[in-house]
Design a protein around this ligand. Structure first.
Ligand code: NAD
Length: 678
């Protein structure tokens, strides 16, 4: 079927876009639209047109694959210009989503009517570019400069009711979208109502400045955020055709920036797993049991309740259960109080929540997620209980961070239904979820994990069952490398500052202090017996722990923390401990440049990822970029270590890695780097 079809409804031409699944605005769609508008202009009987999406959405975005190449004519601005210069009105009927170029197309029409659950928005800035087909010029004419800066720079999705309030859409209807759109089109015959003919409303300079500063801060001061703001401000003073040309020029230049490329890389990497599901069917999932009401269990329960599942929370300890239940109830009470959730939604969510200390309560569950103490014996005992009380069809998942899930599964009658669901803390907030494929896990168990992640609004990656899975393993290598730099001459605040300036949410030493230095200390102690004594081992973190400096919770760690405000500051006694550690090993301390710190961190991550790929812990290395960005604060606009490696190219990467091998010393193994290019 043609991507754009037309038919007549008496005196109105209906133009339908058919490019499933999201009606992406591809070259064929643009060609079809242009042809349809030409026909509308010359058609004797057609007095107006309704433009609508076929299937379950309007144009929900552009074909992102086209973004990496020169765009073929006609470009979207040409299509919009044709609609604007057509003497007959074109009414846009929006259902599902009108996003990016799709939304810009609607702004080129004479009126917009939307179904009540439709959304509109301009996500371009979040993809490292700016709108390129008039979004920065037409939206401000409707909603003003301040609101446009907020909406465009955040890439927010605007619900139909809000769009109506802002004057973006003319009417919102509950049903019969096409019939209402035809009625609106008939009422507009003989008139045109072009946004380009409007003036952007006057705004106070101070208000525009405040909106710009807020948007820049939220947008991490990325250059394209500033460019979007500049374009929006031009809408109030520059002739529209000149401003549209400038917008297009900016968009075209930004498309090929490394940052936009990196963001597209993440975009595709985050979505590929859902596409790869193929014919494997997930099992139906409605009731979930969460075992363990601690930090993770209560967070997982909130995530599942908020996504509409029935949840049973079980803990063997009544007071631990009561704490977990309180945490969940407090969470929803605070959402209610802050207006983030309406009362009926909170009531509905809590009505699906049950809790118990009794194992038979899990009998109806389709999935059981275990989140008890990180101790293999406890896990074995808990899985035995789960097997005895859960239905035989139920899938069984462990949230363990490091334990061997194959060993847990091996003790059960049907290991095929066991897999890992590694959530991150706080589980109701963090996007990343590692789905762990064990040796015996059935494909449908993994598919169900992916489906669950999707419904929870999480970003999944798939790992095989291996110590630390993907994220913790790469993170551990990164942290060790930073500790080496301490020993060689750097200080914690320098490394943290450099990495935070690079874009990391937090530097590794601030993170360590926040989570508690005893966690990694416990891990190191458990590995001490098997550690190769010939390998380089930095004992600075052990020295801190032995001195009782366990991080924020003890008021001291790599930094000292103000007892009242919690503010962190440099502690010179830590400098002394570090200097003594260097001296004890006979290391002459030297200064580090910012670039060197960043390079060593990126290289060590790339190397660990190459090991993970070689060991088949990951089957697609881009999963590692997804994990680092969504779980470890790696700057999204830098794409992730794999993206960076590919940009660097094999020759440069390999010679830089040789250098890293030299400075890291014994224990550092250079991985077969080709794996990150596959
Ligand atoms: P936690 O100590 O806060 O909670 C564990 C809960 O399990 C406690 O409430 C305890 O009463 C309960 N429990 C213990 N034995 C039980 C049994 N036999 N039957 C029923 N309940 C039992 O621990 P947590 O931080 O929530 O960690 C739980 C799991 O999640 C661990 O495997 C951990 O490695 C993993 N994990 C933790 C984090 C994190 O940041 N805390 C992140 C990812 C994964």
């Amino acid at each position: 079927m043609s991507k754009v079809t037309i038919h007549q409804e008496a005196d109105i031409m209906v133009i339908t876009v058919n490019n499933p699944p999201i009606n992406a605005g591809s070259i064929e769609v643009r060609q079809g639209l242009l042809k349809a508008i030409e026909q509308l202009t010359s058609h004797a009987q057609a007095k107006a047109a309704v433009l609508i999406g076929g299937g379950n959405t309007f144009i929900a975005g552009s074909d992102m694959k086209e973004f990496s190449q020169p765009l073929a004519e006609p470009h979207l601005p040409t299509v919009i210009a044709a609609i604007e210069s057509c003497p007959k009105p074109v009414i846009c009927a929006i259902h599902g989503a009108a996003l990016g170029g799709g939304f810009e197309l609607t702004l080129g029409c004479d009126a917009r009517i939307a179904l009540h659950d439709a959304v509109v928005g301009l996500p371009e800035v979040t993809l490292g570019i700016t709108p390129g087909a008039g979004g920065t010029q037409r939206l401000p004419r409707l909603v003003g400069l301040e609101k446009s800066i907020e909406l465009i720079c955040s890439g927010a999705r605007i619900k139909a009711s809000e769009a109506l309030g802002l004057g973006i859409v003319t009417r919102v209807v509950d049903s019969e979208l096409l019939a209402h759109a035809l009625e609106l089109a008939r009422s507009m015959i003989g008139s045109k109502s072009r946004i380009r003919d409007m003036q952007t409303p006057q705004a106070e300079d101070s208000a525009v400045l405040a909106a710009s500063q807020k948007a820049l801060k939220a947008g991490k001061r990325r250059p394209n955020v500033q460019q979007a703001i500049d374009l929006i401000i031009h809408s109030a003073s520059m002739p529209i055709d000149q401003a549209l040309a400038l917008e297009r020029e900016t968009f075209q230049a930004l498309r090929f920036s490394t940052e936009a490329k990196a963001l597209r890389h993440q975009f595709f990497a985050e979505r590929k797993l859902f596409k790869a599901l193929g014919d494997i069917k997930p099992l139906p999932l409605e009731r979930i049991a969460v075992i363990g009401a601690g930090t993770m269990g209560s967070g997982i329960a909130i995530a599942c309740l908020s996504a509409g599942y029935q949840v049973i929370l079980l803990d063997q300890n009544p007071s631990a259960l009561a704490n977990g239940v309180k945490k969940i109830e407090d969470f929803y009470a605070s959402r209610l109080k802050s207006g983030k959730l309406p009362a009926d939604t909170v009531t509905a969510m809590l009505s699906r929540f049950g809790h118990s200390t009794e194992w038979p309560s899990i009998a109806q569950s389709d999935l059981v997620i275990e989140a008890v103490f990180e101790d293999i014996e406890v896990k074995h005992a808990v899985f035995e209980k789960i097997q005895a009380h859960a239905s035989s069809h139920a899938l069984l998942a462990s949230n363990t961070s490091y334990l061997d899930i194959d060993a847990i599964a091996a003790k059960l009658t049907d290991p095929a239904r066991v897999f890992g669901l590694h959530f991150f803390s706080p589980a109701q907030v963090m996007k990343l979820i590692e789905i762990v494929r064990c040796q015996a896990s059935s494909p449908s168990a993994i598919a169900t994990g992916l489906q669950l992640a999707k419904r929870l609004g999480k970003t999944p990656v798939i790992s095989s069952n291996s110590f630390g899975f993907i994220g913790n393993r790469v993170y551990a290598a990164y942290r060790r490398q930073c500790e080496m730099m301490l020993e060689e001459g750097a200080y914690p605040e320098q490394i943290d500052r450099v990495l935070e300036n690079y874009g990391f949410a937090m530097g590794p030493f601030a993170v360590g202090d926040m989570s508690g230095l005893d966690i990694a200390w416990g891990m190191r102690k458990s590995q001490a017996a098997t550690r190769n004594p010939a390998h380089r081992y930095v004992n600075i973190p052990d020295t801190l722990c032995l001195a009782g400096r366990l991080g924020r919770k003890t008021g001291f760690g790599y930094y000292q923390y103000d007892a009242l405000t919690g503010a962190r500051s440099v502690d010179l006694s830590v400098h002394r401990m570090i200097e003594e550690a260097s001296q004890a090993k006979g290391i002459t301390r030297r200064t580090f440049t910012d670039a060197e710190i960043i390079q060593r961190v990126l290289l060590v991550m790339i190397n660990e990822i190459a090991h993970l790929a070689t060991e088949k812990v990951v089957s697609d290395v881009t999963d590692c970029d997804v994990a680092m960005v969504n779980g470890y604060g790696f700057p999204r606009w830098c794409g992730g270590p794999v993206f960076i490696a590919r940009e660097m190219g094999m020759d440069k990467l390999s010679s830089e890695m040789d250098q890293l091998e030299k400075v890291s010393g014994p224990g550092f193994v250079k991985a077969p780097l080709a794996a990150v290019f596959e």
